[in-house]
Design a protein around this ligand. Structure first.
Ligand code: AMP
Length: 113
């Protein structure tokens, strides 16, 4: 499958890893929008939230917990952080492999959209 994030999982495309376990991978965003900008992805290809079925429940919970762990590892717990996930065209999802953005390290805008 021609998927950028699958290629990052396989190591075909390099990334700066922040956290990894058997189910998820976290790596630094190539175009950071905050001092800390990490992407957390399932290793298994899921194209977006609409593609996540019942059998993915455990994996999705694990993904959220991994994002919180990344925030802790990056020293964001005290100052706070934001977890964002874009889905589909109107949200500007550019990579069709489910991912969470973990953002922090500065005061973030209070605008949600
Ligand atoms: P989204 O627009 O929500 O689909 O997010 C995709 C993110 O992937 C963007 O923030 C990009 O900067 C990021 N990105 C694209 N290519 C790479 C790459 N090779 N390594 C790390 N991050 C990437």
């Amino acid at each position: 499958m021609d998927c950028l994030f699958c290629k990052i999982v396989s190591g075909e495309i390099p990334s700066t890893k922040v956290y990894e376990d058997d189910k998820v991978l976290a790596f630094r965003d190539i175009a950071p929008q905050a001092p800390v900008h990490v992407l957390v992805i399932p290793k298994k290809h899921i194209s977006g939230w609409y593609d996540a079925k019942d059998e993915s429940d455990e994996l999705l919970a694990h993904l959220m917990r991994a994002a919180a762990l990344v925030a802790e590892k990056e020293g964001l717990v005290e100052g706070g952080f934001r977890i964002v996930s874009n889905c589909g065209e109107d949200a500007d999802q550019t990579v069709k492999h489910l991912h969470l953005h973990v953002l922090g390290g500065r005061k973030l805008s209070s605008e949600m959209a």
